[in-house]
Structures are given as structure tokens and as C-alpha cells.
Design a protein around this ligand. Structure first.
Ligand code: GAP
Length: 464
């Protein structure tokens, strides 16, 4: 069963080094999180799998690693300066700030709020007689007003007029549009093809929360898939099945994944059709991945604003046109949180409770743990030899653990999702009575708890 509360995951993440509160020794910084040793491995493994599946192994996809700071004109052309807004209200009494739609949904979860303008949200807030959810005062909330989500900073050493306001990217997508011509001129790609990118995006979210679900900076993986307009529906459906297929490969159950189409009110300013792939979290159904048909909105606007010709020339007909774009987008930080929620389980072995992460072996932060049965020097030396052999001959992530009883070490590895534990014991050295155990190790499976003896000679093949 997946985790029934977010607290279970937050506690596991802190306890075992997946995610720590940001700047913790200074009292933290609200809603900032640092990925610890295990979290970094897990997030990188998800990222690398995504890159391999959607970029390296496809002939129609290339990568881009772009700058976070871009010319501010990019964000004007993309419509983000004018339209990338949330509606917020302030409490005049205690100065707390809230997202208007969140306040409404906290009071009435069924109420449709997506895409409503600030005036409409304000009237729903008065209709429902919503007060400040921090100090409890009624009638203390201001009217809702728009708040731009782009994070701004300043270029230039001198304060004041010499400084220039720039934005930290609110999505990675714009770099793919802005570099469309560069990619086209330096590759032999023909439509349809995609440009993919992975990296940090930044949003001045008014109410971040739910651990790493909504944060001010987050890791995003997305691509723009450039097409001819007439093919958009077919290609849109194709990418939706690909997003769902990857979730299944990772190990998500279909029962906790659903697809929800955006209403016309809810569509982003650039989109003609958007669907969210949602996951059933302990705090409700929430967006995990998105898929948008951005039409030729971005390339057309960048053509107009920059004066550059961003058309594509059909090699057969010679026709020139601005391609349309389908955009599959995958929140990486959010994916990692939902992977942990889905993999989390508590069960009992021999009357003893254990916490276990049923992670797909491909993304487990530790894939194999070597556990010498005791601290006897010659046993540790043998175990170290086996550890070195696995390190040299595979790309597996291997841990070497000698501290605590063997049962305790199994529990520890289960809790971080290690699929296989290898025990090196006196049988391995030919020093106990058990017949035929010399030069073998015991492999224990995290999920079935089955133990098998494997000759050291064939260990690498078995693990692979
Ligand atoms: N280029 C399209 C785009 O950025 P989006 O739906 O706004 O679309 C993409 O964001 C994905 O990024 C979402 O599906 C979600 O997984 C993730 N995401 C969005 N805002 C986030 C936040 N504040 N914190 C963490 N992840 C976020």
C-alpha cells in the first residue's frame, strides 16, 4: 500500500537522508528543501531514465542545456509577464497572504475555481463568508488581486538605475523555442522532432506547501515536440500514452493515476488543449505531469518580437511555415515525491514491523548492499573483495554496511528501498558445517524476502 500520510514520507526523508529542510542550521527558509545523499541518487536516477527513454534512445529528439537567466524580452513575448499570474488576498489584521483559489477550495472542495478572475474569486470569498485562516478574523481579507509568478532579480553591480531587472526562468520551455533556429541549423532534423531539457525552474508561489509538492524552485524535465498543425491530435494522444506508459514502467498503479483535461477557463494563455496526468496523493488528486498543445503561439510571438525568421522549410515541397508544438512536461521534484508515496509500505516480518520502499530497482538509491555477517577481519576482507568486484564490473550503486545486527541492517536497507542485500558469512569462507556453501553468497530479495545462495563466480551475471 502507498503511504497514507505525507508525514510518513517527510519523516522517512529526514531520517534517512533523502530530503532535508533548506538552510536548516539557520532555522531554515520557508519551503526550501535540500536533497540529501539518497534523495540526490533517486532524483538523478529518475532524470537519467527520463533522458535515456525520451531523448538518447529516440532518433527524433535532441537535448538542450540552456541558461536560467534569459533576456527579459523572452518573457514578454511568451506572455508570462502579462499572464503568468495567481490571485492573492491579504489579511488586513495579521498580514497573512493566501491564494484566493486555495482559500475557497479549503472551505468548499467541490467549488470550481480554475481560471476565475480576481473579481469572481473575491465574490465567491464573500459569498462563502471566508475569514482569515490564520488569525480567524472575519471580514479582514482584501479583494483578490493578481500576482505575477515570475521570480525577478537584478543584473549589474550598481544599485539603482544601472541595474536591469531579469527573471529566473518560470519554465524551461522558452529556451527550446528561442533556440529553435539554432537547433534546426545545426542538426539534420525534420518534422516531427523534439528538443528536450532538464533543469531548475523558479516560481514565486504564494502558497507553496505539501513538502516538495509545490516549491519556489523545482526540477523540471520537458520537451517541445514540433509538428505540422494537421497532425496535432494524433501526436497529442501519442504523448499522453507515453507519459502514462513511463509511469507504469516506474511502478505506479493505474488505480492511483488518472488523466484530467483542463476546462477552457483553466487553460494557460498559450494552450489550446491541456491535460494533466494526476496522482492520488494523501492530500487529494494532484497534477504530476502535464501535456499541452501550444499551437504556434510561442514561435509566432518570438518571430514577431525578435524579428528572426523562425519558420521551417519543408524539404520536399519547399513550403515555409511556423511549426506547432506539443509539450509533454514532467515535474521531476514532484515525481520523486510521488514515487516515494507510491513505494512506501509498512508490513510485519516474524512479528517485527518494518518500513519498506518498493522502489523499481532501476531508481533505488542503493541497488545492492554488501553485508558481512560479522566484523571478523577476514570476513570483512572477503566482503570488501566482492564489493570491489561489483563496483568494477557493473554500474550498480553499491553500499557496504557492517554496523548493527544483520536483522537491523536488513530493516535499514528495506527502508531505503535496496532491492538486493548480499550476505557474506562463514559459509562463504568454507568455515561452517553447511555443505556446498563455500564461495557462495546469500542474496536476499527486499520484496519476496526469499534468500538464494549464489556462487561468487556468477554473482555479477545474476545481479545484472
Ligand atoms: N512548460 C509548461 C509548464 O511549466 P506547468 O504545468 O506549469 O507547465 C510543469 O509545470 C510541471 O512542473 C507540473 O506538471 C508539475 O509537475 C511541476 N510543477 C509546477 N509547479 C511546481 C512547483 N511550484 N513546485 C514543484 N513542481 C511544480
Amino acid at each position: 500500500m502507498p503511504a497514507s500520510s505525507l508525514d510518513q514520507i517527510v519523516s522517512l526523508c529526514k531520517r534517512r537522508g533523502f530530503v532535508f529542510p533548506g538552510s536548516e542550521i539557520y532555522g531554515g527558509l520557508a519551503n526550501s528543501w535540500d536533497y540529501g545523499p539518497l534523495g540526490t541518487e533517486l532524483k538523478n536516477a529518475l532524470r537519467d531514465w527520463w533522458w535515456e527513454r525520451f531523448v538518447t534512445k529516440r532518433q527524433d529528439m535532441v537535448g538542450l542545456d540552456a541558461a536560467i537567466l534569459m533576456n527579459p524580452l523572452v518573457w514578454e513575448a511568451s506572455g508570462h509577464v502579462a499572464n503568468f499570474n495567481d490571485a492573492l488576498v491579504d489579511c488586513k489584521e495579521c498580514k497573512a497572504r493566501f491564494r484566493a483559489d486555495h482559500l475557497i477550495q479549503d472551505k468548499d472542495p467541490e467549488r470550481e475555481v480554475e481560471g476565475k478572475d480576481p473579481a469572481k474569486l473575491s465574490s465567491i470569498i464573500s459569498e462563502l463568508k471566508i475569514g482569515c485562516s490564520r488569525c480567524g478574523k472575519k471580514g479582514s481579507l482584501t479583494d483578490a488581486r493578481t500576482f505575477n509568478l515570475l521570480f525577478s532579480t537584478h543584473l549589474g553591480a550598481l544599485q539603482g538605475e544601472d541595474q536591469r531587472e531579469v527573471y529566473l526562468r518560470g519554465e524551461i520551455a522558452q529556451a527550446m523555442f528561442v533556440n529553435f533556429k539554432n537547433v534546426l541549423n545545426t542538426t539534420r532534423l525534420r518534422l516531427p522532432f523534439g528538443i528536450a531539457s532538464v533543469g531548475k525552474a523558479f516560481r514565486n508561489e504564494i502558497t507553496p506547501g505539501n513538502f516538495t509538492f509545490r516549491t519556489l524552485e523545482f526540477d523540471l524535465m520537458e520537451f517541445e515536440y514540433f509538428i505540422e498543425e494537421k497532425n496535432w491530435e494524433k501526436i497529442f494522444d501519442y504523448w499522453l500514452t507515453e507519459e502514462q506508459a513511463w509511469l507504469r514502467e516506474i511502478g505506479f498503479s493505474d488505480e492511483r493515476v488518472r488523466v484530467r483535461a483542463h476546462t477552457s477557463d483553466e487553460l494557460s494563455h498559450y494552450s489550446k488543449k491541456t491535460v494533466d496526468v494526476e496522482y492520488q496523493t494523501p492530500f487529494g488528486w494532484k497534477e504530476l505531469f502535464g501535456l499541452a498543445y501550444r499551437t504556434d503561439f510561442d514561435l509566432k510571438n518570438h518571430t514577431e518580437k525578435s524579428g528572426e525568421d523562425l519558420q521551417y522549410t519543408d524539404p520536399e515541397s519547399g513550403d515555409k511555415f511556423i511549426p506547432h508544438a506539443i509539450e509533454p512536461t514532467f515535474g521531476l521534484s514532484r515525481l520523486m515525491l510521488m514515487v516515494l508515496l507510491e513505494a512506501y509500505d509498512e508490513d510485519e516480518i516474524g512479528g517485527e514491523k518494518r518500513t519498506v520502499l518498493h522502489l523499481n530497482p532501476r531508481i533505488a538509491p542503493v541497488q545492492v548492499a554488501i553485508l558481512p555477517l560479522s566484523r571478523k577481519e577476514h570476513l570483512i576482507a572477503k566482503a570488501q573483495e566482492i564489493y570491489n568486484q561489483i563496483q568494477d564490473q557493473t554500474n550498480l550503486r553499491v553500499d557496504f554496511d557492517v554496523t548493527g545486527s544483520i536483522g537491523k541492517r536488513y530493516r535499514r536497507q528495506d527502508e531505503i528501498g535496496t532491492p538486493k542485500c548480499i550476505t557474506v558469512d562463514f559459509g562463504t569462507l568454507g568455515e561452517d558445517d553447511a555443505q556446498g556453501k563455500k564461495d557462495t553468497v546469500t542474496i536476499r530479495d527486499r520484496d519476496t524476502l526469499k534468500q538464494v545462495h549464489v556462487p561468487i563466480d556468477s554473482l555479477i551475471d545474476v545481479l545484472k
